[in-house]
Design a protein around this ligand. Structure first.
Ligand SMILES: *Cc1c(COP(=O)(O)O)cnc(C)c1O
Length: 354
């Protein structure tokens, strides 16, 4: 395994107030960087002072979108320790994304060690207040200095970290969602199952239109028939219909979320039936109209779970569960956050201590 050189900053920053963190506004003192070339493979792994990058103006990432990323958090436990939540899942997904975009894969064992070492270096940046965490953003991009369109040869892998506030400073709140019938996020055979930057660029317009109309997010339909439910914004989505939790199955255009996977496990272990299958918008509307839709929520690392209080389709608005957080949604939120922040036992071995 390669060694990791650590070059400490000579000018540590003042840490922000835990109550004013927001999301992705502040960055820690250091970053992890590593280079890839066909001759040397991954090399030059370093933790260095946080700072701007120097890129050739023809760098592949700036023209052809060769970029993938991950998102996970480091949590402070009641005893003051710091832990990660299922980081090997993120690393595996990073390699699946790399494979799809033809970026070089990483050595999972080394990347986990590097991540732990980096978080160890930035340990004091993991905030203490309720619901706060240190968001970790690994990313990998093509860095060939040519405009020729070809498979990427040179690449960079970087991890930056940002202390983030509680997603719900005023308590967990249901949101309004618009079912998107024009734009699509991804198609089967495309890059929907990868965390690549381009997926986000493609979803900007619909998100912006929805926001202007007073919605928090859009509910994406499949790219071929605009018929099947896929995701909600940049979260996976789950519906409790007549006692059963239904979530879209991973067809290739849906991002396989770590939170989604964890929710499915928790639900099954609580004896709540879960179906991963195609769910058409017609079936969903029928469940809304017949009163069989009991709860709906999005799930992802940032918000953990986000209850859906209203779904709008065309010019019709449907209220879900009286615009209140449902019992199952609350159960998932409480159980997952307790494990992540080390307030409850972790019977699954999901947490990794730093
Ligand atoms: C990151 C992401 C998710 C959630 O994945 P987690 O691993 O649970 O954070 C869901 N959908 C999209 C499009 C995403 O980018």
């Amino acid at each position: 395994m390669q060694s990791i050189e650590i070059i400490k900053t000579a000018a540590p920053k003042q840490k922000p107030d835990d109550s004013k963190l927001g999301f992705g506004k502040y960055f820690t003192d250091h970053m992890f960087v590593m280079e890839y070339s066909p001759e040397l493979g991954w090399h030059d792994a370093k933790i260095i002072p946080f700072g701007n990058l120097t890129l050739h103006p023809a760098a592949t990432v700036l023209h052809y979108g060769a970029e993938i990323f991950e998102g996970l958090k480091a949590y402070r436990t009641p005893t003051g320790d710091v832990q990660l939540f299922r980081p090997t899942e993120n690393i595996e997904r990073l390699n699946n994304s790399a494979d799809r975009i033809c970026l070089p894969k990483v050595d999972p064992d080394f990347i986990l060690e590097a991540l732990k070492k980096f978080v160890e270096t930035e340990k004091d940046w993991v905030p203490h207040a309720e619901g706060t965490s240190l968001y970790l953003r690994p990313f990998l991009f093509g860095n060939d200095e040519t405009l020729g369109v070809h498979t990427i040869c040179n690449a960079k892998y970087i991890v930056i970290a940002s202390p983030v506030g509680s997603y719900y400073p005023e308590g967990i709140n249901p949101v309004k969602i618009m079912i998107e019938t024009m734009d699509v996020r991804a198609v089967r055979g495309g890059t929907g199952y990868t965390k690549c930057g381009g997926n986000y660029a493609a979803s900007n317009r619909a998100g912006e239109v929805a926001e202007k109309k007073g919605f928090s997010q859009v509910l994406w339909l499949d790219g071929v028939e605009r018929k099947y439910i896929e995701e909600v914004g940049a979260m996976n989505v789950m519906f409790k219909i007549d006692g059963t939790v239904v979530t879209p199955k991973l067809t290739g255009s849906i991002l396989p979320g770590v939170t989604r996977k964890s929710c499915i496990q928790l639900l099954k272990d609580k004896g709540i039936p879960v179906e991963e299958r195609l769910l058409s918008v017609d079936e969903l509307i029928e469940a809304l109209e017949s009163g069989k839709l009991e709860e709906a929520w999005g799930c992802g690392t940032a918000a953990v779970v986000s209850p859906i209080g209203q779904l709008s389709y065309g010019d019709k608005d449907y209220i879900v569960n009286n615009f209140e957080i449902g019992e199952t949604t609350q159960y998932l939120y409480d159980t997952l956050t307790s494990i992540q922040w080390g307030k409850a036992e972790d019977p699954y071995g999901w947490t990794v201590k730093i």
